[in-house]
Design a protein around this ligand. Structure first.
Ligand code: PMP
Length: 351
């Protein structure tokens, strides 16, 4: 049998083990299904679909709905199957052999993974010991590597930390190519780089339906960026990549904005409660602007604490063996009951 491409040989995949336990706080999903009324509206829409026809290739209605939500033009919106496919389309369009991306670790693992899958080089910069972005390091890496794409994740996964406007502006000035600000968790943060997007600015901001919109199952994400860039992405992505059901689901979801804003506010409050509770325990906690919190047990092995939590029916993300994150665990903000179960299990593990 033929083997895979030689440059894929040593690449590790990216996955979080899905274990069937009562409390799943490992993949940063929304803790609740979409609001009441969403399902009925979607079912009605699905009944009226022309199933024998290809979907609207340019997903006009969805594009217009997303654009209206952000106060931009539909031509500034590019959507795909999850923001992962948005990132992949960016790498296919602006990366490739002889080009590179820059990432600042630890950050979202898929930035470098997708770059490698698309035969794009990866220039790795280091964050400071406290996991904040070091602008001197950014300057050094961008000058040395001259990357086609610079990735900044804000709030950063898995640290939860938000880059402020001055920092993003500085990176934008320094980046020789395109700056991608991954805002998968943008709604949970006090500031968004969306305000910097413009047709003459080499910047895109990516967003997802997987967290805020309670639609991880639908696989839908998008970016806001310059018109010219969006037109180039449209040429690269597969024709009809967004099926009709997904287009409808994405459009209908945006009709529930008030409910979603209320949920985000509740999660932000719950994040405050969880962070405060963690601060009373023998763990180091990083400040989060996302729907998850990174922490490190001080006198216990991170992997052992992860297993203890799992034995008590609570699944969190085990980052304890990841480079630069030795001993760390990441917990998604759940419902108050789920978070209480997590805190009780953690206290038990640390006792
Ligand atoms: N960016 C970041 C920072 C993420 O954490 C995630 C989800 N884990 C994604 C992008 C991908 O999200 P989607 O479900 O839209 O592909």
């Amino acid at each position: 049998m033929i083997g895979p491409r030689a440059d894929l040989a040593l690449m590790a995949g990216y996955h979080s083990p899905q274990v069937d336990v009562p409390v799943r706080l490992n993949t940063n999903e929304a803790p609740e299904p979409p609001p009441e009324g969403f399902e009925e509206a979607l079912v009605a829409e699905i009944r009226s679909l022309d199933w024998h026809r290809y979907p609207d290739r340019s997903y006009r209605a969805l594009r217009e709905a997303i654009a209206a939500q952000h106060g931009v033009a539909p031509e500034q919106v590019f959507a795909a199957n999850g923001s992962n496919e948005v990132l992949q389309t960016l790498c296919l369009t602006y990366g490739g052999p002889g080009r590179s991306v820059a990432v600042f670790e630890p950050t979202y693992a898929l930035h470098s993974h997708i770059a490698r899958i698309t035969s794009t080089g990866v220039a790795v910069g280091e964050r400071r010991g406290d996991l904040t972005l070091d602008l001197d390091e950014v300057r050094r890496v961008l000058a040395e590597a001259d990357p086609a794409i610079t990735f900044v994740c804000s709030p950063n996964n898995p640290t939860g930390m938000v880059e402020d406007e001055a920092t993003v502006r500085t990176v934008l000035d320094l980046a020789p190519g395109l700056l991608v600000v991954d805002e998968a968790y943008g709604q949970f943060a006090p500031w968004s780089a969306l305000s910097l997007v413009g047709d003459d600015v080499p910047l895109v901001v990516t967003r997802t339906y997987s967290k805020t919109w309670s639609m991880a199952a639908a696989r839908l994400g998008y970016l806001i960026g310059p018109r010219e860039l969006v037109a180039q992405l449209d040429q690269v992505v597969l024709p009809y990549h967004l099926d009709s059901m997904k287009q409808a689901a994405g459009r209908i979801a945006l009709g529930f904005e008030d409910a979603m804003k209320a949920r985000v506010a509740a999660l932000v409050e719950e994040r405050g409660r969880l962070s405060a509770a963690l601060a009373d325990l023998p763990v180091d906690v990083w400040p989060s602007g996302a729907n998850f919190v990174l922490f490190r047990p001080r006198d216990r092995d991170g992997g052992a604490v992860w297993q203890h939590l799992l034995d008590r029916g609570v699944l969190v993300r085990d980052c304890s063996s990841w480079p630069r994150l030795s001993g760390c665990l990441r917990v998604t903000i759940g419902t108050p009951a789920e978070d209480d179960a997590f805190l009780a299990a953690l206290e038990d593990a640390l006792r």
